[in-house]
Design a protein around this ligand. Structure first.
Ligand SMILES: Nc1ncnc2c1ncn2[C@@H]1O[C@H](COP(=O)(O)OP(=O)(O)OP(=O)(O)O)[C@@H](O)[C@H]1O
Ligand SMILES: [Mg+2]
Length: 355
């Protein structure tokens, strides 16, 4: 059997920086920021986790998207007595671009979990010999439902009172959502965390991926056009990896030609199509209007344009507001300026633009 190909491009320098900051007690909480699909989760699981383990930390990972309606259970599951296994976590959330499981199996139902239980388990965790590193992913989810506020406040207190023992890395798919968490008045989970902007990947990443491709197929792809292609894909590693996978499957070697085919058919398109099919007609139309740079969605003209396209007499402000909220909750769009909306993922914008 062929040896497993290592597609992961190590970002050990960044992981090292983070662990050094924790070990020297310069900070105990860091939030990793980057646009969608840029490698935040991979940094946590593939770089930070193993390094922290080597440095003697007890590492725990929770993604609040494992069960959106059940954050307490997701967290309890991660901190519970039996230490977590990296391979199981990766398989569960589908690292490597496979799939994301909707529920965290093994996690108790929401009604079963109370804050007291979480506190008890947290205290147990802190009694261990090792320092604890919590990797909390998709934390913007905690800012969405009002009923999660008590949990967030409790979490904040637990982290605050155990600073010497517990370090935490926060991240999530929505930069706007994360910023909202910072600003929240009632439960300002992050106001003690430092922000780290994940640097964009460059030619070394491309080179590494070409090496993995060569190992997998025995074929060489040229570096210079590959760098051009990576730039054309907005430097999104997820798409570059996906393109190479498609080339592998179809036996291609000319990357610029493959990019054309990929844009036409590809897995990327399929994923977007699947997502598109799940959206309500109003949400689709709102996305189309945003992709076409139509301004002032909420104005009379803006709402009438959406209504006309849907063949409806009118769209109320509240229906539009609900649609915008659904699209934000799904991390499809973000808003950094009142009334202006942007796509979280540029490739999805291109897809919608061609609808
Ligand atoms: N260091 C890396 N080496 C190789 N491939 C990578 C790396 N980082 C990311 N990728 C590719 O990009 C994909 C997406 O990465 P990841 O899920 O970590 O992004 P993310 O920023 O967490 O996305 P989201 O915003 O959707 O949560 C991976 O499945 C992988 O194909
Ligand atoms: Mg992620």
């Amino acid at each position: 059997m062929k040896a497993k190909i290592n597609w992961h491009y190590s970002r050990s320098d960044i992981a090292q920086t983070i662990i050094d900051l924790f070990s020297s007690e310069s900070t105990h909480a860091i939030t990793v920021f980057a646009p969608r699909r840029m490698g935040k989760t991979e940094l946590l699981l593939e770089d930070l986790w193993p390094l922290a383990k080597k440095r003697g930390y007890d590492v725990r990972y929770a993604s609040f998207w494992m069960d959106k309606s059940n954050p307490k259970a997701v967290f309890l599951d991660a901190i519970s007595s039996n230490s977590q296994d990296q391979t199981t976590v990766k398989a569960r959330i589908g690292v490597g671009g496979t799939f994301v499981e909707a529920t965290s199996h093994g996690a108790p139902k929401e009604s079963d979990v109370n804050i007291k239980e979480i506190k008890e388990e947290f205290v147990k965790l802190c009694r261990g010999k090792k320092k604890v590193l919590l990797l909390l992913d998709e934390v913007q989810q905690l800012a969405i439902r009002e009923q999660d506020e008590t949990f967030v406040a409790a979490l904040r207190t637990l982290l605050d009172t155990n600073k010497g023992k517990v370090c935490v890395v926060f991240t999530g798919s929505s930069r706007e959502g994360l910023l909202k968490m910072f600003k929240k008045q009632k439960a300002p989970l992050f106001n003690f965390s430092h922000q780290l902007d994940l640097p964009e990947l460059g030619s070394e990443f491309v080179n590494h991926m070409l090496g993995a491709f060569k190992q997998a197929s025995g074929k060489t792809i040229k570096l210079a056009p590959s760098i051009r292609v990576f730039t054309a894909l907005n430097r999104v590693p997820a798409q570059f990896h996906d393109l190479l996978r498609a080339m592998l499957i179809n036996g291609r070697q000319d990357i610029e030609q493959a990019l054309k085919e990929y844009k036409m058919s590809s897995g990327e398109n399929q994923a977007f199509l699947n997502m598109w099919d799940t959206l309500k007609p109003l949400d689709k139309q709102v996305l189309i209007n945003i992709a076409n740079d139509e301004e002032n969605l909420f104005s009379e003209v803006g709402r009438q344009s959406i209504a006309n396209n849907l063949g409806l007499p009118e769209i109320s402000k509240s229906s539009l507001q609900k649609s915008i909220s659904r699209l934000k909750d799904a991390a499809l769009i973000e808003s950094f300026q009142r009334g202006r909306y942007e796509f979280s993922e540029l490739a999805f914008r291109d897809f919608v633009h061609h609808k």
